[in-house]
Design a protein around this ligand. Structure first.
Ligand code: 1BO
Length: 272
């Protein structure tokens, strides 16, 4: 496993995303992923599966210190007291004493960012999270957050795949020593008949998804592919035995467009 180092955190470059995984399926996938060698699981309060992520973690019988667990606080819990209460609730559902990374799930313009970040840093100081970070933050919000936060932020988790232009966010993360964590890294399956990825994959005897994930880790990003299929778990982690050439990397970068976004909501910020 490759790790991405960011402001003191050491994040496994491939993790299992659990957005939209629920109940037994979620617990089973988490357990199986850990048995296959995954060491990073990403959940969120809003995914309503923290309990099952905790179950999968215990069933896999891996040492707690060997696994990197991320969860996220939903935007309605950004008022300082509320944030601490909400983090405690997440820990109690996961049945953990601390998470490795606690993120603000989306920006919330209705609560002053500095107050929320102060509360997030406090939760870290209390030992409930080893590291803290943000998700779905634009460049302007990353800059504002870094300036206002009393503790280092280790990542911005955003949608990122070959069809979505994210150069500015990537550069902002690099400038602040933060990792870019990519959700929907295989564009929710839209890559399945992509010619460029298919051609590059044939050269390396790899699938389109593997080429996509390799392209991400080779730019020092972390990727958290979600799958509900056990057989895909091995495919998604089997990307550390080949390398893309500079030319192949550039061919994939050339596929990006600012219109490639797949996840958007009315409450989302004005994207870069
Ligand atoms: C609402 C969930 C978006 C990805 O975490």
């Amino acid at each position: 496993m490759l790790y991405v180092e960011a402001n003191g955190a050491k994040i496994p470059a491939i993790g299992l995303g659990t957005w939209e995984l629920r109940g037994r399926t979620c617990a089973r996938l988490v357990e199986q992923a850990l048995r296959l060698g995954y060491r990073h699981i990403d959940t969120a309060q809003a995914y309503e599966n923290e309990r099952e992520v905790g179950e999968g973690l215990r069933a896999a019988r891996v040492r707690r210190e060997d696994v990197f667990i991320t969860t996220k606080v939903w935007t309605t819990h950004f008022a300082p007291n509320e944030l601490e209460r909400s983090a405690k609730e997440s820990l109690s559902k996961l049945r953990l004493s601390e998470v490795d990374l606690l993120l603000l799930h989306w920006p919330n313009p209705h609560v002053p960012l500095a107050e929320t970040l102060g509360a997030l840093a406090h939760v870290k100081k209390l030992g409930m999270a080893r590291h803290i970070g943000v998700s779905n933050f634009t460049v302007a919000l990353i800059d504002e957050a870094v300036a206002a936060c009393p503790e280092p932020l280790v990542c911005d988790q955003v949608e990122y795949h070959p069809y979505l232009e994210q150069t500015r966010v990537r550069e902002a993360c690099a400038r602040h020593g933060m990792a870019l964590v990519a959700y929907s890294p295989v564009a929710k399956g839209r890559i399945k008949s992509d010619e460029t990825l298919g051609r590059i994959g044939q050269v390396h005897h790899k699938t389109r998804a593997q080429v996509c994930l390799r392209w991400l880790v080779q730019q020092n990003a972390v990727a958290i592919p979600r799958t509900s299929k056990i057989e895909r778990l091995s495919e998604n982690i089997n990307i550390f035995d080949f390398a893309l050439s500079d030319d192949e990397m550039q061919q994939i970068f050339a596929m990006a467009s600012p219109r490639g976004r797949l996840t958007d909501f009315g409450f989302a910020p004005k994207w870069d």
